[in-house]
Ligand binder design. Structure first.
Ligand SMILES: [Zn+2]
Length: 417
């Protein structure tokens, strides 16, 4: 170990334990992970509570893709959660390559099944749902395993059903020769109650002012989610452990969110329930995607230039090289930005993160060294903000970033009208 971040080894071991099982929202695996982290945080002296909220989840019954012409064969596929259902018999139709849903490639009429090069966004979904009776999405890279992902449930309810599956890249190439296919997607939806884990350490001088340290605990369906985000959850708890031994001027609130993979549901529920208190939230440090052996440190600042400079100042002081951008990240920080709270989203860039949302995001990707530099940066930044007599940055979110946040919720995530 390098010993730059005192709790790197602890973070690694905790990440391994979390990543031993999938943690889909509302599942037993998720509940056990949450209880484990609650026990840890509690043992470090944090006051721990559980914040309930309701969320829709899906359960896959069956998905299959059969080529009917020119010759009959099955192609392995993975269903897209909440996309729609075909019934047991499935839907049969001409298979049309539609790339990104380019109008030039869409067949006339209805009832065909699209073969797309990427999952459509909300507008694309709206267009396709009215015309295609199913959708086959190709993985973007020849080395990528099947994605286990979903679209927001609102798309199916408001824009229309479009039963959809992922296929591997080379299978998609072979499907370019297919003329007719049968697609079966059977899945069920239900409402569950799940919980965010909230742990607090009260500030000694400015207890009403809150510094957030957050990560999402849930994984996508049936995937161990070692890097995304057992690694980030473990790192957040490790930073909390390191800070538990000292007095902080501001209150430190550590939140491990549920439902992030289903569309930031846990953090949206949190900001909704605590709306009135958020004016006292100084900043959110969000850890999402961590633990890959070989990589580098990246930060997305959803906030002001001065917040960016504050992060860069701490990073340079420590000798941690960071790749910083000012943007919105598809993670829980975005939910806070909607309420005017800036975020510093720290993640580990790595080729291994290309396995996110597939079964290959598994514990062997984790390595103790991966927690050293991001751990050091997160620890020092949180400590700096929690102890500064005045926060070392403007809390305002610039209009340009606000627009990006708005676009993200309306178009990319597509859950707001
Ligand atoms: Zn994530």
């Amino acid at each position: 170990m390098l010993g730059l971040f005192s709790e790197a080894e602890y973070a690694y071991r905790l990440a391994l334990r979390l990543a031993s099982t999938p943690r889909f929202t509302g599942s037993k695996g998720e509940a056990e992970a949450r209880e484990l982290l609650a026990r840890e945080l509690s043992s470090f002296g944090y006051s721990v509570s559980f914040e309930p909220f309701k969320v829709k989840v899906y359960e896959v019954e069956r998905a299959s893709l059969e080529v009917l012409e020119p010759e009959r064969r099955f192609v392995e596929c993975s269903p897209i959660g909440f996309s729609g259902e075909t019934g047991e018999e499935g839907v049969e139709g001409e298979l049309a390559y539609i790339e990104g849903g380019d109008a030039a490639l869409l067949p006339a009429g209805k009832g065909w099944i699209g073969l797309a090069s990427a999952r459509p966004d909300k507008e694309g979904w709206r267009k396709l749902a009215g015309r295609a009776s199913g959708l086959v999405v190709a993985e973007g890279s020849p080395s990528r395993e099947l994605s286990r992902v979903e679209v927001p449930y609102e798309w199916r309810e408001r824009l229309g059903s479009l039963p959809a599956v992922y296929v591997r890249y080379w299978d998609a190439v072979s499907l370019l020769k297919a003329k007719r296919v049968r697609l079966v997607v059977q899945q069920e939806y239900r409402d569950v109650e799940t919980f965010n884990l909230v742990a607090e350490k009260r500030g000694a001088k400015y207890p009403d002012e809150v510094v957030y340290l957050v990560a999402h605990l849930d994984s996508v369906y049936g995937v161990q989610g070692a890097l995304d985000n057992a690694g980030g959850s473990a790192l957040a708890v490790a930073v909390a452990k390191a800070l538990s031994r000292e007095s902080l001027k501001r209150t430190l609130r550590v939140v491990l969110f549920s439902g992030e993979e289903l569309g930031l549901r846990g953090s949206l529920a949190h900001v909704e329930q605590r709306k009135s208190e958020l004016k006292n939230a100084i900043v959110v440090v969000n850890l999402d995607v961590h633990g890959a052996a070989i990589g580098s440190t990246s930060v997305v600042v959803t906030g002001s230039k001065s917040l960016r400079h504050a992060v860069e100042f701490v990073a340079r002081r420590l000798g941690v090289k960071v790749n910083v951008s000012e943007d919105v990240m598809s993670s829980d920080g975005a939910s806070f930005a909607r309420e005017g709270v800036p975020s510093v989203n720290v993640f580990r860039s790595s080729g291994a993160a290309g396995n996110a949302h597939t079964v290959k995001d598994s514990p062997e990707l984790l390595h103790p060294l991966a927690f050293e530099l991001p751990g050091l940066l997160a620890l020092e930044f949180v400590r700096e903000v929690a102890n500064a007599e005045e926060p070392p940055f403007e809390r305002e979110i610039p209009d340009e970033i606000k627009r990006k946040v708005d676009d993200y919720f309306r178009k990319r995530l597509g859950i707001l009208d």
